[in-house]
Structures are given as C-alpha cells and as structure tokens.
Design a protein around this ligand. Structure first.
Ligand SMILES: Nc1ncnc2c1ncn2[C@@H]1O[C@H](COP(=O)(O)OP(=O)(O)OP(=O)(O)O)[C@@H](O)[C@H]1O
Length: 270
C-alpha cells in the first residue's frame, strides 16, 4: 500500500498520520503513524479490532478530525477540512428527514452553487444509479434501512467526489439486504471507477469488494498487513466457497484474532 511507486501516483496518500486524543499524560493514542498510498480507482477495505482507530483514520481523511502529526493528500493537495472531493457515508444514513429523497440528494450540488435545475437533474441521475428514482418524492422515514443507505450513497456520489469514504455503511442492515447492496456498490464502483475507502468488520465483505485489504493492529492502530485481492472480479456467485477465498479469509481471521485478543486485554485493563 505504500511503495514509492504507488505513493508517486496516489490519488489519496496518508503520510505518517498519527492521532492522540487528550493530553500527553492521560490521553489516548488512537493511531500510530499510518502510511497508505491509494491509487485512482482502488477499492480499499480497512479491517481491524474494535477501537483500533479505523473511524479515527476515516474522519481524518474526511477532514472532520485533524491528525496529531502527518498529513493526508488528495490528488497531491494537502487537506485540513472537509471538502466536496471527498464523499462520506456513515453506518446510519444521516439523511435530512424533513426533506424528500430528491432534495436530500440535490442538497450537496446546490450547496456547491449548481442551479436548482442542474442539482435536481444530477440528483435524479444518481437516484437512478442506486435504483431509487421512483422514490424521489418520498421522505427518508418512509424507506427501509437499506433504501436509506442507497440514498446516502446517491447523496455522496451526487457531489461527484474523487474519493468515497464509507464507515461500515451496511453494518446495520440484515444479511440479505447487505449482500444485495454489496453487489450494487460493486457495480457502481465498476461503472464510476471511484476511489473508495471502506471500513468493515466483515472479512467476507472486504474480500468480495476490495482491490486491497488493510488489516490494522489493536490500538494504537497501525497497518499490520496489506493484501491485494481480485475476488470481486469473479462472476462466480459461489466465489466465497472456493479454496482460494477460504484460505485468504483464514489468513485475515488469524491476523485479526491476535489483534482482537490484544484489544480485549486493553479493555480489561481499563
Ligand atoms: N473524540 C474522541 N475523544 C477521545 N477518544 C476518542 C475519540 N474518538 C475515538 N476515541 C478513542 O480512540 C480509539 C479509536 O476509536 P475509533 O472509533 O477510531 O476505533 P474503531 O476502530 O473505529 O472502533 P469500532 O470498530 O469499534 O468502531 C478508541 O479508544 C476510542 O475510545
């Protein structure tokens, strides 16, 4: 993930980013220096034990939090605040319940200065992309959780970001809905070529979606291992039963198990 060649061509580079919450004496070190070089069109899934700093890292990339040291660059530009070139989707859609689905998705483009007509046109196009054009005039509370997440994805895409940042976007959904949305996000990623950083606790989800998987250590989070994967390219609906998939999963489970034991030890000492 951080070879010099990749770093030079990176769409998103995370350069020695560390994060401490609170004071030197009694604060929490959430991240030790983390380096990643993410190329245009990569789909990077980050897995790691609970509390290892995954959301902290994503929030720093989004510009919601500042790193204690290090820097994040998007297309060669250092970032220090949120920006429209980075779209964010959280576990719960965080939609505006008082606005229609269409107005939710048009909100970003309008805030960027697009005309109302242009904003509505792009919003409809992105609702169509996630299969919800016919729900444009409904309100978020009228939709299922899966549909709300699809609206959240359309809303993030409507700003035409260069990078999509997703923090466990399907974690609150039932298994079947989650699998269908994984197929949908894979199709959208193939169609748009977006660069995606995706946090998940599901190794199957990571193996199915990612081009690269980053395994983080227990807190303070650092990159423990990084893999390239190609399972998402397979047309085999039973790819997860192949020996290659099972072996890749076994390796990641083994790495995560060590870190989860360490995370639990830390919890017990609190
Ligand atoms: N605003 C904050 N102030 C103080 N400590 C924080 C803050 N946000 C996170 N932390 C701490 O930083 C560490 C990393 O938290 P973070 O939420 O990034 O982990 P995570 O890997 O995303 O966890 P999970 O998988 O459970 O969502 C944790 O110990 C957490 O308690």
């Amino acid at each position: 993930m951080s070879s010099p060649a990749r770093a030079a061509a990176a769409k998103l580079s995370i350069n020695a980013v560390s994060k401490r919450y609170g004071s030197l004496l009694d604060g929490v070190v959430a991240l030790e220096p983390v380096d990643m070089a993410i190329a245009d069109g990569d789909f990077v899934c980050i897995v790691g034990p609970s509390g290892c700093g995954k959301s902290t890292l994503l929030n720093i990339i989004a510009g919601f939090e500042s790193p204690t040291s290090g820097a994040v660059m998007v297309a060669g530009n250092a970032i220090n605040a949120p920006g429209p070139e980075r779209g964010v989707v959280f576990q719960q859609g965080a939609l505006f319940n008082w606005m229609t689905v269409l107005d939710n998705v048009a909100f970003g483009p309008q805030a960027l200065g697009w005309s109302a007509a242009q904003a509505r046109e792009t919003a409809m196009r992105h609702l169509d992309l996630v299969g919800l054009a016919s729900f444009a005039h409904r309100y978020p509370y009228e939709l299922s959780g899966g549909m709300q997440q699809r609206v959240a994805i359309a809303r993030a895409l409507a700003n035409e970001p260069e990078v999509l940042l997703m923090d466990e976007p399907f974690a609150a959904l039932d298994h079947q809905t989650r699998e269908l949305l994984q197929e949908e996000i894979h199709r959208i990623w193939k169609g748009t070529g977006k660069t995606i950083v995706w946090i998940t606790h599901s190794i199957d989800e990571a193996l199915y979606l990612a081009t690269h998987i980053v395994v983080m250590s227990a807190r303070p989070g650092r990159v423990k291992a990084a893999f390239q994967t190609t399972f998402g390219d397979s047309a085999d609906p039973f790819i997860s039963t192949t020996p290659e998939f099972v072996e890749a999963k076994r390796q990641i489970v083994a790495l995560l198990r060590e870190e989860s034991i360490e995370a639990q030890r830390q919890e017990a000492m609190k």
